[in-house]
Structures are given as structure tokens and as C-alpha cells.
Design a protein around this ligand. Structure first.
Ligand SMILES: *Cc1c(COP(=O)(O)O)cnc(C)c1O
Length: 431
């Protein structure tokens, strides 16, 4: 006997409007907007059509598949052990910075004086916090990112002139981004001095002439030179009669004993840099931003250049950066300093919960993001079969580990302890 037609699931696909009218979808419709909810409805309807879903479960399925926010950016658990992972958004913001960012999302007094009702300097609170964090700077300024800070400095100081630059520091930052291309785009000409492995101060001296706009010193943030090599320290390049621009990259405010060899902004200023440029979302631990610090009259020239307007940061960045500077210790600083024994204990507890599939193994993390390239951060990881790496990334929330030597390592350095339970749950779901 033929099956009655009414039980054919394809016949029972609930119409889109009927699903969207379900009271349980009213709140998501208001919060996420119609297009996102409708596309989740379409996916569920498709499952019904293929017979994989009972028509009565459409609304529940839609609810379970809706994203948490109306963005395709998916928050992930960073179990790579790399603190500043460029592909995972570099520095995670502190709670204080996240809350500041949300508070600034509506109308705010970013350029308004509430006492007088008149216009006020943009980002004044953030710049004050940055000045206080860098007492050696005559003045400070903030732009979109580290590259923008360097672009502005070179444009103002060396457009139509020469940038005196050691061959050992003409570098690629990553993903094909080469600093010489950025500098050339300003209309400055590069005068290369020294050799790839050795540059001495006389190389710079002999290149100085009327057409010299600035000396540029770039901290080798993502590699180290060893063997028969020499570079000229900041100290020896200051006072040569040409402004000295130092790109420190990492945005470290002061020396950090945990990261030996990583140049910081304060040291560069004390050693005589006229302008220092750095990123906000590397070791500073804040939002993407470009930090500029240096001699007051030079910073004023940078701030007044027309290009500064094109490179300026928005209110969200200003808010998050200020909170990073005056707020509690950043997650970046906390994870770099994570206690090794605590990491091991957390791994052991997770491995016990997971059973024989998981092992505890030593794991070297890294600062990453073009910082402290040769400083390993010793820690511990949970070692799993490599085949779990892809399903863990597909889990919600995704767990991103490190695939190495045929295993999938989950390094807990950058995983907040309160997410250990989520890791256990994710691995179980993938087993
Ligand atoms: C990271 C880095 C940059 C680029 O900074 P962004 O903030 O990524 O634009 C420039 N110079 C150095 C030395 C760096 O390490």
C-alpha cells in the first residue's frame, strides 16, 4: 500500500511567513533583523524538504542556529598558545575596554564639552591617558594603526626627501606587507645604508645631506639577526641633525623582563628618538590603533597634516584605548605571564575528564603578532588526535588549536580558565 501523501515531509514545509510569525522569533527578529532570521528559516525549511527535520521542529532549529550577534565575525577560543594571533584579531580587549567600547557606541561627548556646550578636542581623555603613560613624550597622537603612524611620520618629515634606512631593517611585517612599499607610497625616496647583516653609524653619517628628511629605525619585530651582524642603537642615531623616527612595532610602553630584547616606547624616547610609532593591538593589549609619541613640535606637525584626518580613529577605538591605558592589566599581559604550573594543572584536569583520547604535553606558546620572535613561552597543552582539529573549529564556539607533528594541540595559555568546561564539552561533541 502506498504511503499517504500527507506524511511526505516535503509537503509539510511550513511557509516562511508562518514561521517568522511564531512568537518565539519575535525577540530575535527585533534584535538581529529580518534577513538573518529569514536565512536561518530557509536553512531549516531545506532540512524539512530533504526529510532531515520534522516540520514541528523548524522553529527550535531556527533558534538553535541563529548567530549570537548580527555579524559574521565569530568569537573563537584561541587554543593556539599564540597570544597575539593576527588571524584571530591580535589582542583581546580587557573587560574594561569592552565596556568602554559599548558605552561609546551611542551618542558620546567625543568632541563636545558638556560644561560649556561647545566643541572640544577629539579624544582628549585618551590622549591624556597616553601622555600619562608616556611621561617621556613631549606629545602624543593616535591614528588607525601602526602602518598609518609610520605613513604619517614619513609623509610629514620626508616627502620629496630621503629616508635614511639600514638595509638590515628594510623588512616585511607579514602577509606580503613590506615597509619599503609603504614608505615609497608617501613620495619619500629611500636611501639604503649599510648591508643586510651589518650597519654602523658612519653609514648613516655619510648619507646625511640636504635631501635627508629623516632617519628611520625599524625594530626587527618578527625576526632576529645573529652571527656576524651589527646594527646601530637608537642612542647613536639621535642628534645627527635629522629627525629620528623609530618604529618599535609592539607598543610595549616600558621594558618587560618577560620579553628581553623587545624595544619599548619609553626606552626609544629616552634614547633620543624624535618620533616613535607603534601598534595599539600588539603588546600594548588594546584595540587596533597607531601610537605616535615624540617631540611636541613634530607631533603637532603630524597632527595638523591633512592626511591625519584620513587616518584618524573612531570613538570606539578612543574609548577602548583609554580603558586599556588606565584600566586593569590587559589579557595580553596576563596570558604572557601565565603561571606554568597552573597551565599544567588545568590541562591535567581536562585530560582526566576526556579520558584516553587526551594527553598532557609541554607546549611552547609565543607572543606572536610580530613580537618577541625568539622568546618561547613555555606552557602545557592537551594533545588530541589530529582528526579532531577540523570538527573543533566547526564547533560553536569554535576551538582553534595548533596542528603539529600529527597531533592537535590545545594550548591553554590564551584560554580563560572559565572556558575549560567549554573545551571539554567541545572535544566530547567531536569525539
Ligand atoms: C606590526 C608592525 C607594523 C605594522 O603595524 P600595524 O598596527 O599592523 O599596522 C609596523 N612596524 C613594525 C615594526 C611592526 O612590528
Amino acid at each position: 500500500m502506498a504511503e499517504p501523501i500527507a506524511t511526505d515531509p516535503r509537503r509539510a514545509v511550513p511557509p516562511t511567513d508562518a514561521v517568522l510569525a511564531d512568537p518565539r522569533l519575535a525577540e530575535p527578529l527585533q534584535r538581529l533583523g529580518r534577513p538573518l532570521v529569514r536565512s536561518a528559516v530557509r536553512e531549516a525549511q531545506q532540512l524539512v524538504r530533504t526529510g532531515a527535520l520534522d516540520p514541528s521542529e523548524v522553529v527550535d532549529t531556527v533558534l538553535s542556529r541563529l548567530p549570537g550577534q548580527a555579524t559574521s565575525l565569530t568569537p573563537v577560543i584561541n587554543a593556539t598558545g599564540v597570544v597575539l594571533h593576527t588571524n584571530l584579531g591580535r589582542a583581546p580587549l580587557s573587560r574594561a575596554a569592552q565596556e568602554a567600547l559599548v558605552a561609546a557606541a551611542g551618542y558620546v561627548d567625543v568632541e563636545f564639552d558638556l560644561a560649556t556646550g561647545a566643541r572640544a578636542p577629539r579624544g582628549r581623555g585618551t590622549l591624556r591617558a597616553l601622555r600619562e603613560a608616556l611621561p617621556d613624550a613631549g606629545d602624543v597622537f593616535v591614528v588607525n594603526n601602526g602602518a598609518a603612524a609610520l605613513l604619517l611620520a614619513v609623509t610629514v618629515l620626508a616627502q620629496g626627501k630621503r629616508v635614511i634606512w639600514s638595509r638590515g631593517e628594510i623588512v616585511e611585517i607579514g602577509d606580503g606587507f613590506r615597509l619599503p612599499d609603504l614608505v615609497a607610497s608617501t613620495g619619500a625616496l629611500v636611501r639604503e645604508v649599510g648591508t643586510t647583516n651589518r650597519t654602523v653609524v658612519d653609514d648613516y653619517r655619510s648619507a646625511l645631506g640636504d635631501d635627508a628628511g629623516c632617519i628611520l629605525k625599524v625594530h626587527p619585530s618578527n625576526f632576529r639577526m645573529s652571527g656576524f651582524s651589527a646594527s646601530v642603537p637608537v642612542r647613536a642615531l639621535s642628534g645627527l641633525g635629522v629627525p629620528l623616527v623609530v618604529d618599535v612595532g609592539s607598543g610595549l610602553l616600558r621594558p618587560d623582563p618577560l620579553l628581553p630584547g623587545e624595544l619599548d616606547i619609553t626606552t626609544a624616547l629616552r634614547d633620543g628618538a624624535d618620533v616613535v610609532t607603534a601598534s595599539g593591538d600588539k603588546l600594548l593589549g588594546g584595540p587596533q590603533a597607531g601610537i605616535i609619541a615624540g617631540r611636541a613640535e613634530l607631533v603637532t606637525r603630524l597632527r595638523r597634516h591633512p592626511m591625519a584626518r584620513a587616518l584618524r580613529v573612531d570613538k570606539l577605538t578612543l574609548a577602548a584605548l583609554e580603558a586599556t591605558l588606565i584600566g586593569p592589566r590587559t589579557p595580553t599581559a596576563t596570558t604572557i605571564a601565565a603561571d606554568v604550573e597552573t597551565l599544567r594543572e588545568r590541562c591535567a584536569a581536562i585530560a582526566v575528564a576526556l579520558g584516553s583520547i587526551a594527553e598532557v604535553t609541554p607546549s611552547d606558546g609565543a607572543a606572536g603578532g610580530g613580537s618577541a620572535p625568539e622568546v618561547p613561552l613555555p606552557g602545557w597543552a592537551i594533545s588530541l588526535p589530529e582528526r579532531l582539529a577540523a570538527p573543533l573549529r566547526a564547533h560553536r564556539p569554535p576551538v582553534v588549536g595548533r596542528v603539529e607533528r600529527g597531533v592537535c594541540l590545545l594550548d591553554l595559555r590564551c584560554v580563560p580558565p572559565e572556558q575549560d568546561a567549554t573545551i571539554i564539552e567541545a572535544v566530547r561533541a567531536c569525539m
